[in-house]
Ligand binder design. Sequence first.
Ligand SMILES: [Zn+2]
Ligand SMILES: [Zn+2]
Length: 230
Amino acid sequence: MRKSDQNSLPRIDLHIHTIHSGDSSLRPNVVPRIAIQRGLSGIAIVTHHKPSHVARSAFREVANAAPENLLVVGGSEVRVREGFHILTLGFFAEDGIPLLQLSELAKAESGILVLAHPFTLSLRLPKPTSKLPVHAVETHNAKSIPFRRSSALAQEYANRYQLATTGGSDAHSPYSIGNCYTVTDTLCETLDDLIDAIAKKRTRGSGKPTPIPVRFGEIILSLPYRLRRF
Ligand SMILES: [Zn+2]
Ligand SMILES: [Zn+2]
């Protein structure tokens, strides 16, 4: 495929946090506009480490502000009992659930599980060493450190276990939305289209890291929201 063709393929940012995540300055009503400015055809609003009803509200607020031509997927980012961060796309879940139980829940809800930023430098995050019951691996997370190496390791892991790959910005402010994204070879207009594309491994992660100064800026911008309760 030529590079120009690749550039025109639909892009979905599958990892965005709003103020409901408690450490982001992104107001739900501004997210769709910025996503469209960045050329995205879809976004996933994941809320981390919060009860499911909070994650559901975040999704609804963004979806209500979105035009029809922008796919908005709702979900959670949970820390499972085994310590991994998992994105649940199409349904909501809470921290502390064992991964196998989450996998059963995903089946029951017809949702998707994505292993988030598996190889970023972190003392708290375990590195996967065997096949996990997930549908996809987030090979491109704009906040992973070091970006190229952690992306390469995640790609290797996905290849070894024949898992689909995705990308997401892990945005906590308007400035990093779309830095990483998931490329799909057909336009995903509905959640079912996206689930189908991931199940058939017709997605891949891509993008660039969020620059360090922007990351510091995000932390400063989020301070008032970190002090609030939702
Ligand atoms: Zn995470
Ligand atoms: Zn995140």
